[in-house]
Write a protein that binds this ligand. Structure first.
Ligand code: SAM
Length: 261
């Protein structure tokens, strides 16, 4: 099923549970540097759009666009693989937890680099980091799926055609957002169907057996015996990374981002 259709199916109620976490927002704002114009690709309902710059959103799902708050940046219904913008139209492109959904990841990243003048900033996940207890002990099929869907860190420089910087994004124990790794310190949350409904991996695979084991381990105390020590930690590296691609000076010829809403 094309991803825009997936989010037309599972996207209802997304904006209520997938709210931006202020600490991740700050890390992404820092990575965007002094960009004066930003294209947010795979923008969903608008999480993590920066406050200062002129922002335009690119998003294929009408259901997601409809959840953008009133007054938010204009959205153009489009896919990463075919961005309807001119070369170097924006100072920066932002893409948050979206590229694993693209049908052509290399093509989409090449498009991001084409329409950006200075940098491309991605929030993504590093399969080599191994995930955390949920996918290691209960849902290893998620790890397998994500290893197929998320590019390895070494692949970004080639796909974006330039130097990249990679930084770890530790996830706070009380993360406000609701992506897969957000609830590492709140195991009961994964038993809540409303929480799961805003995490796309749960829409792709049958997780009933793994979740039944989690439920049993929470009741028996086995989860706390194995992982309770984590509850003393404020933030944990569960594999999320910011990838910042610095585009070469020659790219775009130095013109300011030209897109006007
Ligand atoms: C997990 S959501 C992330 C949304 C938002 N960036 C956020 O952080 O809340 C993934 C988004 O990627 C979008 N998407 C799926 N396929 C896409 C594609 N080919 N190009 C751009 N966005 C796509 C989905 O419609 C969905 O809104």
């Amino acid at each position: 099923m094309p991803e825009s259709v997936l989010y037309d199916e599972i996207g209802r109620g997304y904006a209520g549970r997938r709210r931006p976490d202020p600490r991740i927002h700050a890390a992404l704002a820092a990575a965007l540097g002094g960009a004066r114009s930003v294209l947010n690709v795979g923008a969903g309902s608008g999480s993590y759009e920066p406050d200062g710059p002129v922002v335009v959103a690119a998003e294929p799902s009408a259901v997601m666009i409809a959840q953008r708050p009133p007054g938010s940046a204009p959205a153009v219904q489009s896919r990463a693989e075919a961005l309807p913008f001119a070369d170097a139209d924006f100072d920066a492109v932002l893409a948050v937890l979206t590229l694993h959904h693209w049908t052509d990841r290399a093509g989409g990243l090449a498009e991001c680099a084409r329409v950006a003048r200075e940098r491309v900033v991605l929030l993504t996940w590093d399969a080599a980091a191994g995930g955390f207890w949920l996918v290691q002990d209960y849902l290893p099929e998620f790890l397998e799926l994500d290893r197929r869907q998320f590019p390895a860190m070494e692949e970004y420089a080639a796909m974006l055609g330039t130097r990249v910087e990679i930084s770890t994004v530790p996830i706070p124990r009380d993360c406000v957002d609701g992506f897969l790794g957000a609830y590492w310190a709140r195991p009961e949350a994964y038993l809540d169907a409303r929480v799961r409904s805003s995490i796309s991996s749960f829409a792709r695979l049958d997780t009933r057996r793994g979740l039944a084991r989690l439920r049993a381990d929470l009741v028996s105390g086995a989860w706390h015996d194995r992982h309770g020590h984590l509850l003393e930690t404020d933030a944990l590296d569960v594999g999320y990374r910011i990838v910042t691609a610095h585009l070469p000076d020659a790219h775009g010829g130095g013109a300011a981002g030209a897109w006007v809403p």
